[in-house]
Ligand binder design. Structure first.
Ligand SMILES: Cc1cc2nc3c(=O)[nH]c(=O)nc-3n(C[C@H](O)[C@H](O)[C@H](O)COP(=O)(O)OP(=O)(O)OC[C@H]3O[C@@H](n4cnc5c(N)ncnc54)[C@H](O)[C@@H]3O)c2cc1C
Length: 431
């Protein structure tokens, strides 16, 4: 069969690889000029690459680990115990282990105990459906108490989902607790994984293996998709090509812009709202903190995450450079998302200097802003009822997007898992 795959991110590449192994002829379309990896793509620094958006994986991420192994990269996986922190009321506290949670002075003793218990118990929940109708706020108050919610979780939810925080489902936060509780080797030790040279290497090798197997990669955006008598016609600047089947792997709203779908499907497709992300990368001569991941749980903070990547990964190829990411989630229409790079840098640098008075601007060698419009689906109440099926109204055109991952949240592992799953469905469906 001739199959078009639109999007060379983790899901599209994983699907293409599975279909190619099953003997199908693949053409992969990607908007980004000569770049693979989607949101997990990277930029060159010295002789290596660094992520455009910070990435790590967990020990439980078996699908992406399988793919890493299949591409011969397991030897380059680095597993490190992170040091995490949280800024609360202008003070930086350690926030790595259940013990850190239990000793956090900002929250009452009972609140701390209940938070620790909630993280530990989350992995024992077998049926999440009872939480689907409860929002994250009420779930957190019920499990950890009002004091802990007000002091910690409220700010965390707002920092990630902004004005949509109160519509986020309890399932989303339960799943985060579960992930953190179940990826620990023992109760106090969590390991995070990173691929030396960045995860982009995985996707680049995969793209090359696909080409070696006869797949074509077209670095042009797809501009239109139509059904035609059971075939799928895909258009790009290179013209229109007829395929037996096609798979779209970016946001449902983007697919709606390419196809003449019935209004009812369009309404369902845009139901899931996405938050956009602004991520600033700073390359500096200075080590700013000794933490990997710091959550900035303070109202009014312009960024919600401070990630000092080089405190997790020490790579000789970075030379003496320290790599820091500052991240903020907003709506695409928010004036801050629309602001110029220089304006955003100005605001971020100023706040960074307030958080870390020792931060030296003159040590900064380079800094840049990356933006992703479709960065994080907002998992709302009773989400299972709103998930789109893989099949679309156009016969043999399929959709596999981040918004269809549930009850887990977005992540490379689930994108690879979904890519493999849809590949099996597509190859087994008779023409
Ligand atoms: C700030 C941030 C931090 C993250 N941190 C982590 C982390 O720590 N660990 C982790 O595992 N995951 C993390 N993720 C999530 C991870 O990056 C995603 O889950 C994963 O990249 C999703 O893969 P995908 O293939 O489904 O989608 P995408 O990566 O979005 O790929 C879709 C591709 O489709 C292409 N495309 C869109 N429209 C068209 C068109 N018309 N024609 C051709 N091509 C098109 C896009 O250019 C893109 O390359 C993070 C994401 C963000 C934004």
């Amino acid at each position: 069969m001739n199959i078009a795959i639109i999007g060379a991110g983790p899901a599209g590449l994983a699907a293409a690889w599975e279909l190619s192994k099953r003997g199908e002829n693949i053409t992969l379309y990607e908007t980004d000029k000569s770049e693979t990896g989607g949101l997990a793509g990277a930029v060159p620094v010295n002789d290596t690459y660094i992520d455009r958006f910070y990435h790590h994986i967990f020990t439980s991420d078996t699908d992406v680990l399988d793919l890493i192994s299949e591409m011969g990269l397991s030897k380059d996986m680095l597993w490190v115990e992170p040091k995490n922190g949280i800024f609360l009321n202008g003070t930086l506290y350690p926030f790595t282990s259940p013990m850190d949670l239990i000793t956090l002075p900002e929250v009452s003793l009972i609140g701390r105990f209940r938070m620790g218990l909630a993280v530990l118990m989350a992995k024992n929940v077998k049926d999440y459906r009872s939480m689907e109708g409860v929002n994250a706020r009420d779930w957190l108050i019920q499990k950890t108490g009002k004091d802990a919610y007000e002091k910690i979780w409220r700010n965390l939810l707002y920092s990630k989902f902004d004005k949509d925080a109160d519509s986020v489902s309890g399932v989303w936060i339960w799943n985060k607790f579960k992930l953190r509780g179940s990826t620990r080797q023992n109760i106090s030790k969590e390991m995070l994984g990173y691929l030396s040279g960045s995860f982009f290497r995985l996707y680049e090798i995969l793209a090359n293996r696909l080409k070696d197997a006869g797949a074509k990669i077209v670095y042009e955006p797809v501009t239109r998709i139509n059904g035609d008598g059971g075939k799928v016609v895909v258009e790009s600047a290179r013209g229109a090509t007829v395929y037996d089947k096609a798979l779209f792997t970016a946001a449902p709203a983007l697919l709606c812009g390419l196809c003449d779908f019935p209004a009812e499907y369009k309404t369902k497709a845009v139901y899931t709202k996405y938050k956009s992300n602004i991520c600033m990368t700073i390359i500096t001569k200075q080590q700013v903190s000794d933490y990997y991941w710091i959550t900035v749980a303070q109202r009014g903070a312009p960024f919600v995450l401070f990630i000092e990547h080089t405190n997790l990964i020490k790579d000789a190829d970075y030379k003496d450079k320290h790599i820091i990411y500052l991240s903020r989630y907003v709506d695409e229409t928010d004036p801050f998302f629309q602001a110029s790079d220089d304006e955003i840098k100005g605001v971020f640098f100023e706040y960074l200097g307030m958080l870390f008075p020792g931060f030296r601007r003159e040590a900064v060698m380079d800094s840049y802003i990356n933006r992703a419009v479709y960065a994080q689906p907002v998992v709302g109440l009773n989400y299972s009822k709103h998930i789109l099926p893989f099949e679309t109204p156009v016969k043999r055109l399929y959709l596999a997007s981040m918004a269809q991952i549930y009850p887990e949240d977005r992540g490379q592992n689930y994108a690879v898992n979904m890519g493999r799953k849809i590949a099996k469905i597509m190859s087994e469906e008779k023409l």
